[in-house]
Design a protein around this ligand. Structure first.
Ligand code: HEM
Ligand code: HEM
Length: 334
């Protein structure tokens, strides 16, 4: 217990003195992956609720702009995960603290070793995709698709800040900037400190397994190949539509258990709680204005709740088989 409290206090005080770059990269990669996760859970839910929108989202994923982003995302996840393991080991064994610098360097080495073959395999999928002479979504359409997320985010920020301001005005609260004080860690901080480490270790095989399936073994480019086998199942994507890929994975049973729904459910819960608590740590480090700080915290709490509800609703609803057929008809009718 004393070690945990000491570590939190020392980390807060000396943040980044050793391995400054590791700390910055850990934070930046975690933040990048959370932003991707928000878009990803929303667009995966379209497979269940708006199949036609899901087809567009996957077409955007297959565009060159997203391909560059996909390589960046994989690099961010791998760096954050390996560096996360370093943090967990060193926090657990304070006797090893004198090895901080070497451990931070070792992380870069391990990440490089993982990324070189991973990128080679991912690049191979990209080449095969372009060999098939595909219809690629133009960049302006990709950007327009993303604009809806940016507008949605702006509306949420305006509403949250507006409500927080209203609370301040009604309660006669001063609008001054809060002074940051170094406070003692509460039992809630300690609980979450442990949770971040335990959830990080639990997420690791889940995220790496997910990425292996959707980047290396099959890849996002092969989700739309008619007649291709569907990774992690004994089924085939007959229509070549991404909704069929998702629907069949979610419906695949092993001994009567929908294994990929369970897997995605565990990934969803852990990754959203871990990522949003991380977001809370970052937001509260930088946002000191009372009104904006409260609005940010509301957005984080409600955002995490909304994502878990939306993602679970999609997992429970699944993809209607008629959706594949309807989608084929809609596209053929154009
Ligand atoms: C470009 C990269 C990615 C692609 C193409 C991708 C693809 C998919 C697909 C096809 C599904 C549908 C279900 C399934 O087939 O299992 C899915 C679900 C999911 N993915 Fe990913 N994934 C990517 C990266 C990630 C990352 C980095 C994370 C974690 C941070 C993640 C977390 C999830 C979660 C939580 C679900 C379940 C969503 C729900 O319950 O509605 N994915 N992903
Ligand atoms: C794959 C395995 C992962 C491991 C081993 C891991 C580990 C960690 C650890 C140990 C921390 C430090 C917590 C602290 O300082 O109290 C952390 C922070 C964080 N993680 Fe992860 N994590 C993983 C995956 C993820 C994913 C998928 C996301 C995004 C959805 C994410 C987002 C964050 C964020 C935003 C922070 C806060 C960073 C900061 O305060 O500077 N992590 N992670």
């Amino acid at each position: 217990m004393a070690t945990i409290v000491a570590t939190i206090t020392e980390t807060l005080r000396y943040r980044g003195k050793i391995g400054q770059w590791s700390w910055v990269l850990h934070r930046a990669s975690g933040l990048g992956v959370v932003i991707f996760l928000i878009l990803h859970v929303v667009d995966t839910s379209w497979a269940a609720f708006y199949p036609e929108l899901y087809a567009k989202a996957i077409a955007a994923y297959q565009s060159p702009l997203f391909t560059v982003g996909e390589f960046g995302l994989v690099a961010a996840v791998v760096y954050h995960a390996i560096n996360g393991v370093r943090i967990v080991i060193l926090d657990w064994r304070p006797k090893l603290w004198h090895l901080q610098q070497r451990a931070a360097l070792a992380v870069f080495g391990i990440v490089g070793l993982i990324l070189v073959p991973t990128f080679a395999l991912m690049f191979d999928h990209v080449l095969h995709f372009y060999d098939r002479d595909p219809e690629v979504m133009p960049v302006n359409e990709v950007l327009q698709e993303q604009l809806q997320f940016a507008l949605g985010f702006i509306v949420i920020v305006v509403v949250a800040v507006g409500l927080s301001l209203l609370v301040a005005l009604l309660s006669g609260e001063s609008l001054s900037t809060r002074k940051q004080r170094l406070r003692r860690a509460s039992s809630v901080d300690v609980w979450f400190w442990k949770f971040m480490r335990i959830s990080g270790i639990l997420i690791l095989p889940l995220v790496f397994g997910h990425l292996a399936m959707v980047h290396i073994i099959q890849g996002v480019f092969d989700m739309t190949v008619a007649g291709a086998p569907i990774v992690g199942t004994d089924m085939v994507n007959e229509s070549g539509k991404a909704v069929e890929f998702v629907g069949k994975r979610w419906d695949y049973l092993v001994a009567g258990v929908a294994v990929w729904r369970l897997y995605d459910g565990a990934l969803l819960g852990l990754v959203v709680l871990h990522g949003f608590y991380g977001l809370y740590l970052i937001a509260n480090d930088y946002i000191h204005n009372k009104v904006i700080n409260r609005a940010a915290n509301w957005m984080i709490v409600f955002g995490a709740g909304a994502l878990i509800i939306l993602g679970s609703a999609a997992l429970l609803a699944g993809v209607e088989e008629t959706a594949y057929a309807m989608l084929i008809e809609t596209i053929a009718a154009r």
